[in-house]
Design a protein around this ligand. Structure first.
Ligand SMILES: [Mg+2]
Length: 168
């Protein structure tokens, strides 16, 4: 069984700009992410990104663009990420059971990667990350400058602090 840190992408690994990132020059990886991912990896966690990317269904960008952004994170983190699941759908365009706060992407990852649920974590920034993660019974960390979700076990200011909470 593998202990895992599940990671939301936008607002956690890259800057949340208040609009959907649709071009690569808008994709800014946050401070501390490369180092933090390497530290989690060194501590024996597998790392899986779970991200809503409804811009695909809306025609704002392609799945190739999502993978280009993913590869940029891989390059600066010595390929720390083990897998990525993204939900391309949006209910007004194409119905999806994958899109968070639904838990289907998590359930698929748990089965494929033999996840040790009791020793696994979710780092996200939105309530919609906390809801499925709590349903799966992970320990939840919310990275936010706002008031934390009632579903968050820990509320922190930045990714480095989230990594600290996992490793403490
Ligand atoms: Mg987010």
């Amino acid at each position: 069984m593998n202990k895992c840190v599940f990671l939301d992408r936008d607002g956690v690994l890259n800057e949340e700009l208040g609009f959907q990132v649709t071009s690569f020059d808008q994709f800014k990886i946050k401070d501390g992410v490369a180092e933090g991912l390497k530290r989690l990896k060194s501590a024996g966690f597998i790392l899986i990104v779970i991200t809503n990317q409804s811009g695909i269904a809306k025609g704002h960008y392609t799945d190739e663009f999502v993978m280009k952004c993913h590869n940029a994170i891989q390059e600066i983190s010595d390929n720390a990420l083990d897998d990525i699941y993204f939900a391309p759908g949006y209910d007004t365009v194409s119905k999806t059971l994958s899109r968070k706060p639904n838990s289907l992407m998590f359930e698929r990852a748990i089965a494929k990667h033999h996840i040790d649920i009791a020793n696994s974590w979710m780092i996200g920034d939105r309530e919609s990350d906390m809801i499925p993660a709590k349903k799966m019974k992970f320990t939840t960390i919310q990275v936010t400058s706002d008031e934390g979700s009632s579903q968050a076990d820990f509320v922190v200011d930045d990714f480095t602090s989230a990594v600290g909470a996992v490793l403490s």
